[in-house]
Design a binder for this molecule. Structure first.
Ligand SMILES: NC(=O)c1ccc[n+]([C@@H]2O[C@H](COP(=O)([O-])OP(=O)(O)OC[C@H]3O[C@@H](n4cnc5c(N)ncnc54)[C@H](OP(=O)(O)O)[C@@H]3O)[C@@H](O)[C@H]2O)c1
Length: 254
């Protein structure tokens, strides 16, 4: 059965691999046999991810990339295809978040969040999707959030973008089939740098533990099963789906 989830021989482009969920995803995919192309802006941190993989005998490379720079995305996708001959899997993970009440949020801040968390995901998926169509194979996994299911004060741009990712996922699934699947993962609250302020907030943590069936914050490794399912051949008949991995946060009333 392990073969079903194997990533052996697969070339994966993973954005936001420099830290947080992306670093754990990179290690997971490489551990399952993939060559992981670790994209992001902070080369030093990407190198740390790549070193962690190669130390364990895995294969990975640094891809310096700001996903909001459209020309750079087009050029990098081309360069990767030239060098590695293909991109089998795209994990659209990079994202940002600003916390500010909507009434105090400058349009520019809202726009920047949408640009990174939605528009850039579209641009990367479009460029990689074109290539996958030619090859008649592909897996795209977009990272959304439980903020695509729930609303929440002070993160208007993020909530709007993550809802958009779910719609984008369905549309791309419709267009890119039958040989390419496009799915999303909607993680709950997982301890990373993106939510340090909330981790330090005792009231928030108490609320989260009370209203989550799993009674705890998530850990990056909680996403590994969902990631491998949607990135491997195990998920061949799943497309257009958003898989919520949140310990029960959005499914129970507590
Ligand atoms: N942690 C959670 O609880 C949680 C829950 C739901 C969804 N998510 C989503 O999961 C994804 C990863 O989040 P995380 O928690 O791992 O956050 P994180 O620790 O802040 O990491 C964000 C990653 O995105 C990269 N990134 C940001 N802007 C970029 C850009 N313009 N170009 C290229 N890379 C960029 C960052 O790399 P550089 O800064 O080096 O470029 C970093 O690797 C995000 O999409 C986030 O919305 C997280």
């Amino acid at each position: 059965m392990a073969d079903l989830f194997s990533m052996k021989g697969r070339v994966v482009l993973l954005t936001g691999a420099s830290r947080g969920l992306g670093r754990d995803m990179a290690l997971t995919l490489a551990g399952a046999g993939a060559t992981v192309l670790c994209a992001g802006r902070t080369v030093k941190e990407l190198e740390t991810t790549v070193r962690a993989i190669t130390r364990k005998g895995g294969k990975a490379h640094v891809v310096p990339l700001d996903i909001t720079d459209e020309a750079a995305v087009c050029q990098q996708v081309e360069a990767i295809v030239r060098r590695h001959r293909r991109i089998d899997v795209l994990i659209n993970n990079a994202g940002i978040l600003y916390r500010q009440d909507a009434v105090d949020t400058p349009t520019e801040t809202f726009r920047k969040t949408i640009e990174t968390d939605l528009v850039a995901q579209f641009v990367v998926a479009r460029e990689v999707g074109r290539h996958m169509l030619k090859r008649k194979y592909g897996r795209i996994v977009n990272i959304s959030s439980v903020m695509a299911i729930l609303g929440r004060a002070s993160v208007a741009g993020y909530v709007a973008a993550k809802h958009g990712v779910v719609g984008l996922t369905k549309t791309l699934a419709a267009e890119l089939g039958p040989n390419i699947t496009v799915n999303a993962i909607a993680p709950g609250y997982i301890r990373t740098e993106i939510n340090v302020a909330l981790q330090k907030n005792r009231d928030f943590s108490d609320m989260l533990e009370r209203r989550t069936a799993a009674s705890r914050w998530g850990k990056p490794e909680d996403l590994r099963g969902a990631l491998l399912l949607l990135a491997s051949d195990a998920g061949a008949y799943i497309t257009g789906h958003t898989l919520v991995v949140d310990g029960g946060l959005t499914t129970i009333l507590a």
